[in-house]
Design a protein around this ligand. Structure first.
Ligand SMILES: *Cc1c(COP(=O)(O)O)cnc(C)c1O
Length: 379
C-alpha cells in the first residue's frame, strides 16, 4: 500500500474549468461569482446573509469588530482550537478568556462559560470541533440573558447540525474557512453567516477598506464616486475563489456522506480496541465529520504518531491547547494545569486521514496500522 496522505483535496477538472472561465472573463476579484456563492451558502445554511472574506481568521476578526468588540472587552472561548480563534480576539484588542472543555466531547462547556462571564465579557466563541457542534442552544440562551454576542467558529462545520440548528442560525455570526484542508476549499478563503442584515452590511464594508461601493458596483453601471465611511480592512473573497467553491456546494452532501461512511468504518475498526478511545458525539448532532480523531495513552502518543507515519499513514494533532503555546503562556500567565480536560485531550489526540477520496482499502490500511502500532506501543 502506498502512502495514505493525511489530506487530499477533492477538486476536479470541471472545477478547474469553472476557474478558467473566470480567468477568461474580465472580473477577477469580488464580483458576480462571489455574490452567487454567498447566496448559495446562505441557502444551504438557512441564514439571511453570507459575506465572503479572505479567511476564517478574518471572518472572526471582522465579526467581533463589527459587533463593536475591542480594547477592555473580554471574549470567552475554548483553548482546544486552532490559534486563529484566540488570535482574532487579540487582534481586535480584546482579551481571550479561556474555559475548559467537556472531557468526553472536547466541546466548550456551557456551565464553565456561564461561570467565566463577568462585567467585561462581550462575546462567546464556541468552536464546533471536528464538525460536532457545541451546545449552541444553551450558549445562545446564556448570551441572550447576559447581553453577549455568540460568534461561532464554524471552520469545521459547513455540514453540521445540532438540535435542528446550523451554524449562524442561532448566534450573531458564524465564521467559516475555505483553507486548503477544509471540507469546502479554495486554498484560502472564508465567510461569515448571519441572520442580521445590518451586521452583514457592516461586514461588507469592513472587508473592503470601509468603502461605500465595491469594485463590482463601480464596474456594473456607470462610474460613480465612492466614499470611505469608516476605517476598514482588506479581507474580501475573490471571484477566483468563489468559482472554485461554487461547484463544490453541489457535492457537499455526497462528500459528507462518504466521510460519514469512512468515520463509521473507523468506529467499527476501533470498537473495543484497548488503548484507543474516541470522542463522544452529542446525541442531537449531525457531525460534519471534518476530522476523525482517536485518543491514545498520553505517554505513548508521540510513539504512535511516529509508528503511523512509518506505516505510511499521514497524521496530525488537533490540537495542543492554545494556552500552552509560548506566546499565550507568557502573555497571559497561563500554563499546564489551567484547563485539565483540554490538556488531557491535547496530550492524547491523533487525527487520522478523512476525506471523500479515501478508498476502502486505504481506510482498512489505516485501521490495521492503528491496531498494530497501538498494541506494539502498549508493549
Ligand atoms: C482552519 C481553522 C481556522 C482558521 O481558518 P483560516 O481560514 O485559515 O483563517 C479557525 N478555526 C479553526 C477551528 C480552524 O480549524
Amino acid at each position: 500500500m502506498d502512502r495514505v496522505e493525511f489530506f487530499r483535496h477533492a477538486l476536479r477538472e470541471s472545477d478547474v474549468e469553472a476557474l478558467a472561465e473566470v480567468v477568461r472573463g474580465v472580473f477577477l476579484t469580488t464580483g458576480p461569482r462571489t455574490a452567487e456563492l454567498e447566496r448559495a451558502l446562505a441557502e444551504h445554511l438557512g441564514v439571511a446573509e453570507v459575506v465572503g472574506v479572505s479567511s476564517c481568521t478574518a471572518a472572526l476578526f471582522l465579526s467581533l469588530t463589527a459587533l463593536g468588540i475591542g480594547p477592555g472587552d473580554e471574549v470567552v472561548t475554548t483553548p482546544l482550537t486552532f490559534i486563529a480563534t484566540a488570535n482574532a480576539v487579540v487582534h481586535c484588542g480584546a482579551t481571550p478568556v479561556f474555559v475548559d472543555v467537556e472531557p468526553d466531547t472536547g466541546l466548550i462547556d456551557p456551565a464553565r462559560v456561564a461561570a467565566a462571564t463577568g462585567p467585561r465579557t462581550r462575546a462567546v466563541i464556541p468552536v464546533h470541533l471536528y464538525g460536532a457542534m457545541a451546545d449552541v442552544e444553551s450558549l445562545a440562551a446564556l448570551c441572550e440573558s447576559r447581553g453577549l454576542a455568540l460568534v461561532e467558529d464554524a471552520a469545521h462545520a459547513v455540514e453540521s447540525v445540532r438540535g435542528g440548528l446550523r451554524p449562524g442560525q442561532r448566534g450573531a455570526a458564524a465564521a467559516f474557512s475555505f483553507y486548503a484542508t477544509k471540507n469546502l476549499t479554495a486554498g484560502e478563503g472564508g465567510a461569515v453567516a448571519t441572520d442580521d442584515v445590518a451586521l452583514a452590511a457592516r461586514l461588507r464594508r469592513l472587508r473592503l477598506h470601509g468603502m461605500s461601493r465595491s469594485a463590482a458596483d463601480r464596474y456594473t453601471g456607470s462610474y460613480q464616486h465612492w466614499d470611505m465611511l469608516e476605517l476598514g480592512y482588506k479581507a474580501n473573497l475573490t471571484d477566483l475563489q468563489a468559482a472554485l467553491l461554487l461547484p463544490q456546494l453541489a457535492r457537499l452532501e455526497a462528500q459528507h456522506a462518504r466521510r460519514e461512511e469512512i468515520s463509521r468504518m473507523y468506529e467499527e475498526g476501533f470498537a473495543g480496541l484497548a488503548g484507543v478511545e474516541l470522542p463522544r458525539l452529542p446525541l442531537d448532532a449531525v457531525s460534519a465529520r471534518h476530522l476523525f480523531t482517536i485518543w491514545v495513552d498520553p505517554e505513548r502518543r508521540d510513539a504512535v504518531l511516529a509508528g503511523l507515519q512509518d506505516a505510511g499513514v499521514g497524521v496530525a494533532v488537533n490540537y495542543r491547547p492554545v494556552h500552552r503555546l509560548t506566546w499565550y503562556r507568557e502573555r497571559f500567565g497561563l500554563g499546564p494545569g489551567n484547563f485539565p480536560n483540554a490538556e488531557r485531550i491535547g496530550d492524547r489526540t491523533i487525527s487520522l486521514p478523512l476525506y471523500p477520496g479515501l478508498t476502502d482499502p486505504e481506510v482498512r490500511h489505516v485501521i490495521e496500522s492503528v491496531r498494530s502500532v497501538v498494541s506494539r506501543a502498549r508493549g
